[in-house]
Design a protein around this ligand. Structure first.
Ligand SMILES: CC(C)(COP(=O)(O)OP(=O)(O)OC[C@H]1O[C@@H](n2cnc3c(N)ncnc32)[C@H](O)[C@@H]1OP(=O)(O)O)[C@@H](O)C(=O)NCCC(=O)NCCS
Length: 198
């Protein structure tokens, strides 16, 4: 039975829109590349997964996931489960020893660049890393012709202050163009076919 599936969307967010409002910032004024930032490769995923677990631990968005969950989440994101991955804006901020201290992952969600993940290792929080990554991602995206950047943040997450200071404002989340539909396709004995909405 063929099924028309709903466009992929970030499962962590889409179901809790009221607790997690949708914010958008224009790229103009935000874009500024930082020399400590480079693109993320697939070979970085194990390091990123560790960083992700450490960064989220004990925060309002901690869902208790372990290393395996984090790695799975990154791989699923890379495969397009949460919108088309915008790999030029998957960025890592490196420390002096070359290790990744903070990272951002951007996908296209509902026709806009969307921050799927942004995290900084607890040892390096409060040093402007996330700000530098958002600005560098904005620069990459602006060069690619994009106009703005979106994200969803839990209301009680202190990161909200960071986003607002960078020009993000709350907006109505764009609706899907079509309602999710499950269609069944039946072929009758005369060879005709009929599609039925359920
Ligand atoms: C949110 C996060 C990415 C910020 O990273 P960062 O590198 O520390 O961010 P910056 O240094 O650029 O900005 C710090 C600002 O973020 C805000 N902020 C974020 N988390 C905060 C916290 N736990 N306590 C206080 N302020 C916080 C503040 O406005 C702070 O500004 P200040 O330093 O002037 O007080 C980091 O705290 C993190 O990894 N959190 C867990 C994952 C997460 O929640 N990601 C965001 C999901 S939408």
């Amino acid at each position: 039975m063929p099924r028309l599936r709903e466009q992929a969307c970030p499962r962590r967010y889409a179901d809790r829109m009221t607790e997690r409002p949708y914010l958008v910032a224009p790229l103009e004024g935000l874009a500024e590349a930082d020399a400590r930032v480079r693109k993320v490769n697939d070979s970085d995923f194990a390091e990123l997964a560790e960083l992700m677990v450490e960064a989220y631990r004990g925060t309002v968005d901690d869902e208790g996931g372990d290393l395996k969950d984090a790695l799975g989440e990154l791989r699923r994101t890379a495969k397009g489960h949460y919108g088309e991955p915008m790999r030029d804006a998957w960025l890592a901020l490196l420390g002096e020893d070359g290790s990744i201290e903070s990272a951002i992952v951007v996908t296209e969600w509902r026709h806009r660049p969307f921050v799927a993940f942004l995290f900084t290792h607890p040892r390096f929080k409060g040093k402007g890393h996330a700000t530098a990554l958002l600005k560098t991602a904005a620069s990459v995206l602006a060069n690619a012709g994009e106009k703005d950047l979106s994200l969803i943040v839990t209301r009680s997450n202190p990161a909200r202050e960071l986003y607002e200071s960078l020009g993000f404002t709350e907006r109505e989340a764009p609706a899907l163009e079509t309602e999710p539909v499950v269609a069944t396709l039946s072929v009758d004995e005369t060879g005709g076919s009929g599609a039925e909405r359920v």
